[in-house]
Design a protein around this ligand. Structure first.
Ligand code: PGA
Length: 239
């Protein structure tokens, strides 16, 4: 299991459904990893192995995993298969999976628990929609997501939480710095068992706002989508 505590910050690139071999080669050549921080590249699964270099502070992450361990489930990849391929991290419950693939809190919890069993760190994503935010339901929604999607086996050494307001993903909109810090504090205070969890922020992070966001007292890193596809931009964020 990766020693998460030794890193100042954790930065995750979520490439989503983007990339190909030439993109990957160029990206990897230009990527400039800072050894104080943990940098994780979540490429599409088929490219995961080709990223594995020798840099001790650079890791591969999958974007999803099956909730099943084995059997007749066409198209799925299990947590043990990811481990077999030296994958150390896996996003779980990203809002795009919840929205387009009907992923529930219960699925997220099962997937996270299977990953932890395989010594893979689940990055458990939670966040409210704009409608929920406007109805002042953020706290209620996050509490339910935390309660129902984080398995009992998760702790600050084997799992990460990513707060990604759905309305901030890919939109260029972000909550205010105060709001981000407040929500992260709320997550850590939800239960004493979460107080030492590393909580990452995701949603329209770019080099122009990443310093301010990571400077917040309750933010331990960022999950970056669009801006992570431009390696020079991503280098600025992780530097
Ligand atoms: P974004 O995506 O940085 O493009 O907003 C973040 C994410 O989806 O994880």
């Amino acid at each position: 299991m990766i020693k998460l505590d030794k890193y100042s910050y954790i930065f995750i690139a979520n490439w989503k459904l983007n990339g190909n071999y030439s993109f990957l080669k160029d990206y990897y050549q230009k990527l400039n990893v800072n050894s104080d921080n943990c940098t994780i590249i979540c490429s599409p699964s088929i490219y995961l192995k080709s990223l594995k270099g020798n840099n001790a502070n650079l890791f591969c992450g999958a974007q999803d995993v099956s909730s099943y361990k084995e059997g007749a489930y066409t198209g799925e990849l299990s947590a043990s298969m990811l481990k077999d391929n030296n994958i150390d991290f896996c996003l779980v419950g990203h809002s795009e999976r919840r929205q387009y693939f009907a992923e529930t809190n219960n699925n997220v919890s099962i997937k996270s628990s299977n990953l932890i069993e395989e010594n893979i760190v689940p990055v458990i994503c939670i966040g409210e929609t704009l409608e929920q935010k406007e109805k002042n339901l953020t706290e209620e929604i996050l509490s339910k997501q935390i309660k129902d999607s984080i398995p009992k086996s998760a702790n600050h050494q084997n799992a990460l939480i990513a707060y990604e307001p759905v309305w901030a993903i890919g939109t260029g909109l972000t909550p205010t710095l105060e709001e981000i810090n407040q929500v992260h504090k709320l997550i850590k205070n939800f239960d004493t068992r979460f107080s030492n969890f590393r909580v990452l922020y995701g949603g329209s992070v770019k080099s122009s706002n990443s310093k301010e966001i990571t400077g917040l007292s309750h933010v331990d890193g960022c999950l970056i989508g669009g801006a992570s596809l431009k390696v020079n931009e991503f280098n600025k964020i992780i530097s």
